[in-house]
Design a binder for this molecule. Structure first.
Ligand SMILES: C[S@@+](CC[C@H](N)C(=O)[O-])C[C@H]1O[C@@H](n2cnc3c(N)ncnc32)[C@H](O)[C@@H]1O
Length: 408
């Protein structure tokens, strides 16, 4: 009896500490609850929530499944488990679970948004519209659901509706510069504003964090992604020795597809990326990277002057518009005589950079070549290439291999 009262008290105290952000202390209390009441559904659910906050998705899924099994039909448990499934890229299960959660709690705005975003990620933006419209209406001051609605409308082909929602999200995002920047970026991609010099870092990080569990299967499967191999082949053609002798940096390394293609050149291979979830996938490729760095390339490179013999960026510079700062930073991080290799999506001649509806930048290859020369990078090889498919059509790109002068 005393133990049951203790368990109730620990649960309350744990939830209070959890709400104050003391996640580790809360978890310890939930575990105490389970010690005396191993089948306590609330403790299992809250351990799942805490695990997700710590980024331990495997534990979040285990606890979430257990909570739902212990109390089937509980809306809050289903909502948390569904959110974890979506984060893990198990989209069909996420959609089914979130729908069950909504059957119990139809006006839960967070679950409506999670459902909408999972449907978009599954490639069904039309089905996402109703839950996202409802989420945006339920939270009239919140920018996130309105921004999610704008993206779903864009993906569903409704550019005017997307722009309207992005304007509304911008209005709601006062006081949150990161969200406002994302709304402005979307408006630019829709042709309603001039493209900014780069994609907002938070947008890129969130995009790839949510994409990470599916990235490799989608890119190498459905999207026929081939930039890393094409870049490695051009490096060989340019005479860069594939003898495992160079200090190599894989810029925007993602899950490590590009690292695998660069490995034959590397005595030591390092990777850098903005997205912690992409880096977590890269870390699973044992023995490939000697070091992985979570950073924005524009901030990290200037702090590592002369540190690399080869810096490669496969399908990365299309998240930057103005390439001048990146090329200057790449040149500075190369040792004299070092080599830069990268792909860009090919854009119209005469326009330095354009932002497509796919929310990536395309560059005029002649302009890129001029910027590279100005940064002290001389052309060794250059070739047009198909980078991948998008909506069934080939994405045309240009590959560059350049050398930093020996002088300085
Ligand atoms: C399309 S993926 C390509 C990943 C990898 N290079 C490959 O070929 O598979 C683009 C990657 O670049 C990263 N990225 C984009 N902009 C970046 C920046 N400014 N700094 C660091 N990483 C960036 C993204 O997070 C993402 O993982």
């Amino acid at each position: 009896m005393a133990q049951a009262e203790d368990a109730d008290r620990w649960l309350r105290e744990g939830a209070a500490r959890h709400a104050r952000g003391e996640v580790a202390a809360a978890e310890a209390l939930y575990r105490e609850v389970l010690r005396v009441r191993p089948d306590d559904p609330n403790a299992a659910n809250l351990l799942g929530v805490a695990a997700r906050q710590r980024g331990d998705l495997a534990a979040a899924l285990d606890w979430g499944a257990r909570a739902v099994a212990l109390r089937p039909g509980a809306g809050a448990f289903l909502a948390n488990y569904g959110a974890a499934l979506a984060e893990a890229g198990r989209l069909a299960e996420a959609v089914a679970t979130l729908r069950q959660a909504l059957a119990a709690r139809p006006d839960d705005a967070v679950t409506l948004r999670n459902l909408g975003q999972a449907l978009c990620a599954m490639g069904d933006p039309r089905a996402a519209l109703a839950p996202l419209e409802r989420a945006a209406a339920l939270r009239p001051d919140a920018a996130e659901p309105m921004l999610a609605l704008a993206h779903a409308r864009r993906e569903a082909g409704d550019a005017a509706g997307a722009a309207q929602a992005a304007e509304a999200a911008l209005g709601r995002a006062r006081g949150d510069p990161a969200l406002a920047a994302q709304a402005r970026f979307l408006l630019a991609a829709l042709g309603r504003a001039a493209p900014p010099a780069r994609a907002p870092a938070a947008y890129v990080r969130d995009l790839f964090d949510q994409y990470a569990p599916r990235f490799e299967s989608e890119l190498t499967g459905r999207l026929g992604y081939r930039a890393p191999e094409a870049l490695a082949a051009l490096l060989r053609r340019a005479g860069v020795p594939a003898e495992r002798g160079l200090r190599v940096l894989d810029l925007g390394c993602g899950t490590g597809l590009s690292g695998a293609a660069l490995a034959p050149f590397a005595a030591r291979l390092e990777g850098l990326d903005l997205s912690p979830r992409m880096l977590a996938e890269a870390r699973r490729r044992e023995g490939l990277y000697a070091a992985l760095h979570e950073a924005d390339l524009l901030e990290w490179l200037p702090r590592h002057r002369g540190a690399f013999d080869l810096i490669a960026a496969a399908d990365v510079l299309n998240y930057l518009g103005d390439l001048a700062p990146a090329l200057v930073a790449i040149a500075a991080a190369l040792a004299p005589g070092g080599v830069a290799a990268f792909s860009v999506e090919a854009g119209p001649a005469g326009t330095p950079y354009a932002l497509g509806e796919g929310m990536r930048y395309r560059h005029d290859p002649a302009h890129v070549a001029a910027l590279a020369a100005a940064a002290g990078l001389a052309e060794l090889a250059r070739a047009p290439a198909t980078l991948r498919e998008e909506r069934g059509a080939p994405v045309a790109g240009e590959l560059f291999v350049l050398r930093r002068g020996e002088g300085g």
